[in-house]
Design a protein around this ligand. Structure first.
Ligand SMILES: O=C(O)CCC(=O)C(=O)O
Length: 299
């Protein structure tokens, strides 16, 4: 189990509203909310945008709105290797002077002609520091309530993602990824202080599980967990749940939005990571010598 080395930091979640079919308009809205988040006092260290905000959240839109995203480490000098949203996100990070998790956008990988739901993160100089392709695609069918099949147009990613910032190591997932506890467990054991998921739950599964899943991932792993949603748009075909949230390692909800546009701030007390682990030492009491390899022999 890697030791967590982190210092206190301030997180800002942008529950972006008002987006629609015009990509350039969506980008301008994101620019405004990120600038607003950055202008608060105290200034946040890390700003977060939600899942698929530059495009409607619809399997029929992902290809049309998709963009190329370069490899991690890119500073944007090869401008042909990236689309307008990525360029804008770099500028938002630079102008804000903050670290930025730029939510997710549809990514096209030209050599395989595949589309991914991809989250990116930037340092305050606009360098791409992480790229997470949603691993678990959101394919569900709750008759009469919620049907969605991301795999109709998306390909799942095949790697886990973390990045190092001066305030600590951060794990990155996207929305449905939160339902798979292994991902957060691996991030925690690699020393992440927080697991952050740009997300867009809906009005059926949101009330069922949104809060429970974040509290569960936080308590299981004794880390901070946060999901950042878009605001609900009554005119959209997909009704996002909203309720962006930050949960601490004890499982307490620190902040929660309603369904409207909002910026939420949370002060991440990294001392609480150590105190929680000292008082409830489950991280060092695990019995890996007893558990079977759950990937084998079970349905
Ligand atoms: O897991 C859920 O209930 C919702 C997931 C979702 O909306 C997504 O992955 O985009």
């Amino acid at each position: 189990m890697a030791k967590i080395s982190a210092r206190p930091f301030r997180l800002a979640l942008c529950q972006l509203g008002g987006t629609g079919k015009i990509k350039s308009h969506n980008i301008e809205l994101a620019r405004k909310i990120v600038a607003q988040a950055a202008s608060s006092t105290p200034k946040p260290d890390l700003i977060v945008l939600p899942e698929i905000w530059n495009s409607p959240y619809a399997v029929t839109s992902f290809r049309e709105y998709s963009e190329k995203i370069p490899e991690v480490g890119s500073t944007g000098s090869d401008s042909d290797s990236e689309g307008e949203t990525i360029k804008a996100l770099r500028e938002m990070a630079r102008e804000s002077g903050c670290w930025l998790i730029g939510g997710s956008i549809p990514e096209i990988e030209e050599k395989t002609d595949s589309i991914f739901n991809c989250a990116t993160a930037y340092d305050p100089q606009g360098k791409l520091v992480a790229k997470h392709r949603k691993v678990h695609l959101f394919d569900i069918d709750i008759p009469g309530r919620q049907t969605f099949k991301e795999s109709d147009s998306l390909t799942g990613g095949s790697t886990l993602t973390t990045f190092e910032a001066p305030f600590g190591k951060i794990g990155l997932g996207i929305c449905y990824d939160v339902r798979f506890p292994e991902m957060a467990m691996v991030a925690a054991r690699q020393g992440c202080a927080a697991m952050i998921y740009p997300s867009a739950f809906n009005t059926t599964t949101g009330p069922m599980h949104w809060t429970l899943l974040q509290r569960a991932r936080a308590v299981d792993n004794q880390i901070y967990v946060s999901m950042c949603s878009p605001a609900r748009n009554p005119e959209a075909a997909y009704q996002a749940y909203g309720h962006s949230m930050v949960v601490n390692p004890l499982g307490d909800v620190l902040v929660e939005a309603d369904e409207h546009e909002a910026i939420l701030y949370a002060d991440i007390d990294t001392e609480l990571l150590a105190t929680t682990r000292r008082n409830l030492p489950v991280t060092i009491q695990r019995r890996f010598d007893v558990y079977p390899d759950v990937s084998k022999g079970f349905q």
